[in-house]
Design a protein around this ligand. Sequence first.
Ligand SMILES: [Zn+2]
Length: 476
Amino acid sequence: MLGDTAPFRVAGNLYFVGTHAKSCHVLATSRGLIMIDGGGIDTVDAILESLGTLGFSPGDVKIILLTHGHPDHAGGAARLREITGAEIYMGEDDLKYVGFVPDHFLADGDEIALGDTAVSCLYTPGHTEGTFSFFFDLVENGMTYRAGMIGGSGVNQLKKPYMNRPDRRVSYLMRGAFFKTLDRLEEEHVDIMIGNHTWQNDQDKKYERMFDSPENPFIDPTEWQKHLDKTREAMRAIIREESKTEFVNYAHRGASETRPENTMTAFYEGIALGANGIETDVQMTRDGVPVLFNDDTLLRVTGEPGSIGDYTLAELRKFTVRKDGVTDRIPTLEGFLAAFAWRDITFAIELKGEGAEEAVADLIYRYGVDCKCVVTSFVLERLRRIRAIAPGLRTGWLKKDFADEDLAAMEKAGVDELCPRAVNVTPERVEEWHARGFNVRSWGVADDELMRSAYEAGVDGMTVNFPDRLAALIGK
Ligand SMILES: [Zn+2]
């Protein structure tokens, strides 16, 4: 036997032909085999041998249904198609994970039928963008049972380090999609839970019991719900843990309480005071250079008339930014990134004026900070433009407070960070926002008491003028 697991009949006309690590099932219909998942490229031979052991030949496989595009489920599919002549069906949104073109894209609610057997396909995104779950009837000892396979219930790929990997780049919103998927799967009645990993449905143990119990151990109408509950709790635990360990203490315009705001002096001081993030604002000069400046007019911080857009960079460079006797110049976004891109800190870059989207996105990619950067704005339209130019960039919407329709608008626009005023943050609301998949960063932290209450509510980050006090609060 090539595989490390013997092929066997699970129930009805469903057979397991995969390995311990990489699952593959076939439904033996009156007109050939429907294969569900194709294992990896390294398990193609084991699958073919298992088919042979069960008396099937490669040419019997007519359809290959893929739950999702990860290499341990879809990696062997193209080779299996070559050998068997079967047609591959999968979710279109997972095309980016595979190196082949499937024959058909699945749509939510599709019934894929072959001979006497039909498989219902539900679109269940979360584990990946294009995950599908499959349902079918199995007849065992004259009784009909509903079998279900969750297309992906692993939560590891929804942890931040994995999501942030440049070759993965999954939106935080996938977490919200995943919770919705769990709700939807809960509506299905399933008597026989099929795993697309052997550990998902405890397959090894059930296999052992198959030979000494009169009842098929795979029949267990309670298992589906238990698995969904366990998965939901595992996802919640990840979110709870992350907001503790990966908290971002953003120096708001640098350490702006004691240094001239949005200057290199203020940014360096912010880091020195313990910030692990810098928040800053971008506007375009008259000659089209993104510079870091917050106000609509120059007066408050420079004493000069007019606005950023009235001047060229050369003219703005002559102006002085002041705070309590400390002075500095208005920096460019590029100068800022050149100085800080290499550091292990997170950047929150707010689009203040019009027309900065393209230049900002370009610089973020040029300095390689796209993995540790969120582009924010009070204007949702600007975030939509960023998403159109650079769909891989994280975006955050700054707003005093968020109503249900705002959350829906964010989901629609693909905005994944929600930035409410600290006074509007409570533990219950943060939990709800997290469950919808949003990262939460609060702002408008006027004093220590507000800082503490927002932190204890479980936000993922906070913008403060005094990063030293926030660092002391969180013990870093
Ligand atoms: Zn996967």
